[in-house]
Design a protein around this ligand. Structure first.
Ligand SMILES: Cc1cc2nc3c(=O)[nH]c(=O)nc-3n(C[C@H](O)[C@H](O)[C@H](O)COP(=O)(O)OP(=O)(O)OC[C@H]3O[C@@H](n4cnc5c(N)ncnc54)[C@H](O)[C@@H]3O)c2cc1C
Length: 374
């Protein structure tokens, strides 16, 4: 998110500094898949953001050269395992089509043609041509590389420890733990601290409730092209939208350029607990085999986990914070922060350049949670 903001702001001619306490891309961005999805969103502000972002990622892919970020416009396939889930899916696709999503209902024959190795138990599904994929860490590095070519400076290994305020309370910079740059002054500061954005916002006295939502991914040994699209089950959308703190798993399977197949994804709110849970991994593996039976004979290389930046109303926080003039937020994108990064960076750069943003930022405003609390 920070890299996308830097890229668009530098492109707009703004002078940009990026401050990252660890290595570049070391947050949740290095612990996710790289799906750029419109398919898993119900009509509403997040889908509008996703549609804009999918167009922008295509442009970024062209500008940065697709192969350098492994951008693949591979399309998404949703699999319905029962007539009931096929009905639910058709209801979703009908709504999505009214907002500009290219969603096509498909029967079993079309499904097996698109994904020859998918379970023969499937009764149909949907195809989404707009779904795409990038390699998130490469994308982060390349966006920052381009931003630096446009004059941005990047400070890895530099943690923000506080904010500088002027006499009127406006944010005019950040304090850091670096001896080289203990203070960085700026007309605007964007809080793009991912799952830690809540902690950073507290430091600024303008809290936004960003919480960790843990997820595991399984990685198979490299395989030939046995999974052609991003494939998930119809139940996935309900899990994404759920606010349940307990464990939820719904399978998402995708091949990568390297040949490994990524299998996700679990969701649970257990704070920043980094422990490995074998029961969760077994459940993910079993669900994946349910969709692609051949996976039963495939070895796993490894597993990894990350913490999605979750907001209670499932919408990201994007825009200027009226409680701390000079502060903007670009955080809380939960399980879609790669996909939504293009639009988020673009809209904030438009706002900071005095242009009217392509989308209304009102649904994402940072102070909305205060209104929600009686
Ligand atoms: C299992 C899993 C699968 C996922 N799959 C997808 C997917 O397919 N598609 C998708 O779009 N999204 C996916 N996501 C979600 C996605 O990973 C996140 O939404 C996205 O990475 C968030 O990006 P970010 O830049 O906001 O946060 P981060 O990548 O976490 O970056 C925030 C950075 O801020 C830094 N930071 C924090 N505090 C400070 C401080 N005080 N000073 C300086 N730096 C600080 C951190 O070190 C970190 O590098 C998935 C997530 C998980 C866990």
């Amino acid at each position: 998110m920070g890299a996308a903001c830097a890229y668009y702001c530098a492109t707009a001619g703004l002078r940009v500094s990026v401050v990252e306490r660890g290595a570049i891309g070391s947050g949740t961005t290095s612990a996710c898949e790289g799906n750029i999805l419109v398919s898993d969103k119900e009509p509403g502000p997040e889908l509008d953001l996703a549609l804009l972002s999918s167009r922008l990622w295509r442009r970024i892919g062209e500008e940065l050269v697709r192969s350098t970020i492994e951008y693949e416009a591979k399309g998404g396939v949703v699999v319905a395992g029962s007539p009931d889930s096929a009905d639910g899916l058709r209801h979703l696709t009908a709504g999505q089509r009214t907002t500009g999503v290219d969603a096509v209902d498909i029967g079993p024959d079309e499904l097996f043609e698109l994904e020859p190795n998918v379970t023969r138990q499937a009764v149909g599904g949907a195809f989404y041509a707009q779904d795409a994929q990038v390699q998130p860490v490469l994308a982060t590095a390349q966006l920052l590389r381009r931003a630096r070519m446009l004059g941005a400076t990047v400070h890895p290994g530099t943690g923000v420890t506080g904010f500088v305020r002027d006499g009127q309370g406006a944010v005019t910079g950040v304090r850091t733990d670096s001896a080289d740059t203990p203070v960085l002054y700026a007309q605007w500061v964007i809080n793009a601290a991912g799952t830690w954005a809540g902690q950073l916002s507290e430091l600024a006295g303008a809290p936004v409730p960003v919480l960790p939502r843990k997820g595991f991914i399984l990685v198979t040994e490299p395989l030939p092209r046995v999974v052609r699209h991003k494939v998930y089950t119809a139940e996935y959308v309900a899990n994404v939208a759920s606010s349940d703190a307990g464990l939820e798993t719904s399978v998402v399977v995708e091949g990568t350029r390297a040949g490994t197949v990524l299998i996700g994804a679990s969701r649970e709110r257990v704070g920043f607990d980094r422990s490995i849970s074998l029961p969760v991994l077994r459940k993910l593996a079993a669900q994946a085999i349910g969709v692609f039976p051949f996976l039963a004979d495939v070895s796993l290389l490894r597993t990894y986990l990350g913490f999605r930046p979750y907001c209670p109303d499932h919408l990201p926080v994007i825009g200027p914070d009226p409680r701390a003039p000079g502060l903007l937020h670009a955080c809380g994108h939960e399980g879609a922060g790669i996909g939504l990064a293009g639009a988020t960076g673009h809209l904030l750069a438009q706002h900071l350049s005095g242009e009217k943003p392509d989308l209304d930022l009102t649904p994402f405003r940072p102070d909305r949670f205060e209104e929600a609390t009686p």
